[in-house]
Ligand binder design. Structure first.
Ligand code: NBP
Length: 503
């Protein structure tokens, strides 16, 4: 990691701090330590003062910390333009801190929100602060508490000018992969938080696919968790090499000390969520981008959490295969087929996530460089993976690539995997093992490559019941058939589409 920065040392600037962090819970505290460890003087503040003292008491020897017990002192201790990183609970707390900060700042100062804000909140805050002559930098930070300390992946939005002043410090503290920091300017206003949100959505999809692979091996082949751990370890030395595959092996190998059972068998099977996956899907619905992998992952968590409903169904019993396993020829090579299905489904989930970034970038005028996003996700963050190098190469080769699935490498990787993928999805259906991620990814792939889709029938139905009109394959224009009359067709050049019922 580079130790150099364009920022003059604090001592050269009247002994003022280079940057400040307010909000010293687990993330802010570790981020401040990371900044200090890289030789930057960092002012630290927290609403509850004891956190400031704890940080300095426990880690004061790691670098140059400037503790403040009031926001006024905190702001006064910063060199200009002031760089203030807010690391508090996303939502109202962020607004509260901004409201307190703004009157203390001067034109040209930079306010960084490094929490997990919704990108629309970031857009609103950026607009508001711009009116005060302040730069507002909504920044995605990935990697959890360990990443914040050791080197996260950082996704800053906001003005280019603010990045010029802030980027060197952020690039210093970000993790470095092959000599490149996992931090780059993402784009104006909400771009950084948007990209972080989609990153989290992809993380949901990735984890769901991994969970399905585990379930298929366990329920379909009767393998034990420790043996499946070995399979994931093996997979981690190939194309699937990634942080999530690596930690899957660790979790599956873990035995509960109290009971001696596999750890996964003593954990309640209800996955929780903090909301960024749901936000990703909500945004995708608004943008009209099918992110089926992420959506299935969010819904699978919701289904797992529907405890009362699941118990009622279990008590009554619903018909379907259960406890059936693959045997003989059916079981042969199934482990490797699951590996291939996982890889192909993962390609689809990432392709969809990048489609969403593409659509939002066009909608909001962000100009996001997709290859650079793959680059800065290679380290620090939860979805770090070998695979991201391939995505970067794909966008480097064609910056206008319409879908990752069209890149030569991914097209042939999915082609190679598709027999296995179909075999795994068929087996899941036959055995009654839910594999929504695998099967929806395959359905998406098949939908995308179809010459004709049954959407033409949907259009016909919409025209019949709602006079929503349709276009023809052979003529320009918009048409409506007189379904209640003589079935003749009318051209509707000024068609009032959707005026009858909103379907
Ligand atoms: P939390 O999300 O638990 O927030 C606690 C911090 O917010 C404390 O410093 C607290 O001050 C402060 N705070 C609150 Br709550 N209300 C406040 C208010 N009205 N005014 C001023 N300060 C207020 O902390 P975290 O887990 O460190 O996460 C920080 C941000 O980073 C969040 O946005 C989170 O989503 C994001 N993030 C977290 C992770 C992770 O792995 N935890 C990963 C990536 C991003 P107090 O000490 O006085 O109560």
């Amino acid at each position: 990691m580079a130790e150099t920065t364009t920022t003059p040392a604090a001592s050269d600037r009247g002994d003022l701090a280079d940057v400040g962090v307010t909000g010293l819970a687990v993330m802010g505290r570790n981020l401040a330590r990371n900044i200090a460890r890289h030789g930057h003087a960092v002012a630290v503040h927290n609403r509850t003062s004891s956190r400031v003292d704890e940080l300095v008491d426990e880690h004061g020897d790691e670098g140059d910390f400037r503790p403040s017990h009031s926001l006024e002192d905190f702001v006064a201790s910063l060199a200009k333009p002031r760089r203030v990183i807010i690391m508090v609970k996303a939502g109202k707390a962020t607004d509260a801190v901004i409201d307190e900060l703004v009157p203390l700042l001067e034109e040209g100062d930079i306010v960084v929100d490094a929490g997990n804000a919704h990108f629309e909140d970031t857009r609103r805050r950026e607009r508001d602060l711009r009116e005060h002559g302040l730069h507002y930098v909504g920044t995605g930070v990935s990697g959890g508490e360990e990443g914040a300390l050791e080197g996260p992946s950082i996704m800053p939005g906001g003005s280019r000018e603010s990045y010029d002043a802030l980027g060197p410090i952020l690039e210093d503290i970000a993790v470095d992969v092959d000599g490149t920091p996992c931090c780059t300017y993402v784009g104006p206003d909400g771009a950084g938080h948007f990209v972080k949100m989609v990153h989290n959505g992809i993380e949901y999809a990735d984890m769901q696919l991994i969970a399905e692979a585990y379930d298929l091996l366990r329920s379909g082949l009767g393998m034990e968790p420790a043996d499946i751990a070995g399979v994931f370890e093996d997979w981690n030395s190939g194309d699937l090499e990634s942080f999530l595959v690596e930690i899957t092996a660790r979790v599956l190998r873990h035995t509960d000390a109290q009971t001696g059972k596999p750890f996964v068998d003593v954990v309640v099977d209800q996955a929780e969520q903090k909301g960024t996956g749901r936000w990703t899907v909500q945004s995708a619905l608004d943008l009209g981008i099918p992110v089926t992998g992420i959506a299935e992952a969010v819904f699978a968590r919701a289904l797992s959490g529907a405890a009362g409903q699941r118990k009622a169904v279990l008590d009554k019993g619903l018909a379907g295969p259960s406890g059936v396993r693959l045997e003989g020829e059916d079981a042969e090579g199934f482990v490797d087929a699951v590996r291939q299905a996982l890889y192909a489904s993962k390609v689809v989930a990432y392709a969809q996530g990048f489609d969403q970034i593409t659509a939002a970038s066009a909608e909001y005028g962000w100009g996001v460089d997709r290859g650079m996003m793959a680059t800065i996700w290679r380290g620090g963050c939860i979805i770090r993976a070998r695979f991201l190098d391939r995505i970067k190469e794909a966008y480097d080769a064609d910056e206008h690539l319409a879908s990752l699935l069209l890149d030569d490498y991914f097209a042939s990787a999915v082609d190679d995997a598709q027999d296995a993928w179909r075999r795994v999805v068929s087996a899941a259906v036959r055995l009654g093992i839910p594999a929504p991620g695998f099967s929806s990814a395959l359905a998406y792939y098949d939908g995308l490559r179809r010459d004709r889709l049954p959407a033409s029938l949907v259009q016909g139905l919409r025209d019949l019941f709602g006079a929503h009109t349709y276009r023809r394959v052979d003529t320009e224009g918009t048409f409506h058939t007189l379904w209640g009359g003589d079935l003749s067709e009318e051209r509707q050049d000024t068609a009032d589409q959707g005026s009858h019922s909103p379907h």
